[in-house]
Design a protein around this ligand. Structure first.
Ligand SMILES: Cc1cc2nc3c(=O)[nH]c(=O)nc-3n(C[C@H](O)[C@H](O)[C@H](O)COP(=O)(O)O)c2cc1C
Length: 211
């Protein structure tokens, strides 16, 4: 049975559009995989440190050569990387903040994109992703409308960025469910919200049958 790592970002526990999409997704996912395991990594409930000099030094120092200070500096990142690597599927729910990912999600990404763990580099072959996870799902919420295929698309650094990072580490299939206009365009919000359940079913390839 698959193990899904759910990563939430919005600081809002109530009324969060991105968390609502993720909840809807989880409902369907659980019905598709009744014995599936869900691991929750809520970035609003922890404060991830920004990478500092010791952590970045530890990243490029083999474990057997690290002193206690470097080992301590990389412990949290190691834990997050292990958690990420044990997941068969990844769900990230996130709002757009200032045209991109909230800084909490960027901090998380900085901790898990690690040479030798989630990607590798060879002088001849270039970069390769090391993550075996095949599917990532994005549950995204935009305050304005027009980012997905409208006038704002050029300044959407949320969805394309997450797709680029996840592709870089080797995840081949990335699907997005989104709400646009959640803060500024009520009509678009209603329209995109209404499409969420069908989109989730189509992504998961799961049609429920009533007994
Ligand atoms: C600090 C901050 C920055 C935001 N920046 C943007 C933005 O650049 N573009 C946009 O469309 N909406 C922006 N929004 C609106 C949020 O993306 C929108 O309200 C979203 O639904 C929030 O997600 P949540 O409901 O899951 O918390 C911003 C909101 C906040 C609080």
């Amino acid at each position: 049975m698959p193990r899904l790592l759910r990563i939430d970002v919005s600081p809002r526990m109530e009324g969060s559009s991105s968390r609502t999409i993720a909840n809807q997704f989880i409902d369907v996912w659980k019905r598709k995989y009744p014995g599936g395991e869900i691991i929750n990594r809520d970035l609003a409930k922890i404060t991830l440190p920004h990478l500092d000099a010791d952590t970045t030094a530890a990243f490029v120092t083999p474990p057997e050569e690290r002193d206690d200070v470097l080992q301590e500096a990389v412990t949290l990142s190691d834990q997050l990387v292990q958690e990420f690597l044990t997941a068969d599927e990844i769900l990230i729910s996130s709002p757009m903040y200032n045209f991109g990912v909230p800084s909490t999600l960027k901090a998380y990404i900085d901790h898990i994109i690690r040479a030798g763990y989630t990607f590798s580099y060879h002088p001849q072959e270039g970069f390769s992703g090391l993550v075996k996870t095949k599917h990532a799902y994005l549950a995204l919420s935009y305050g304005a409308a027009g980012y997905i295929d409208g006038q704002m698309a050029q300044i959407d650094f949320l969805k394309p960025y997450l797709e680029a990072v996840l592709t870089f580490i080797g995840i081949p299939h990335i699907e997005t469910v989104y709400i646009e206009g959640a803060a500024f365009a009520p009509e678009a919000a209603e329209q995109t919200k209404a499409l969420v359940p069908e989109r989730i079913h189509s992504i998961l390839g799961f049609i429920e049958t009533t007994p």
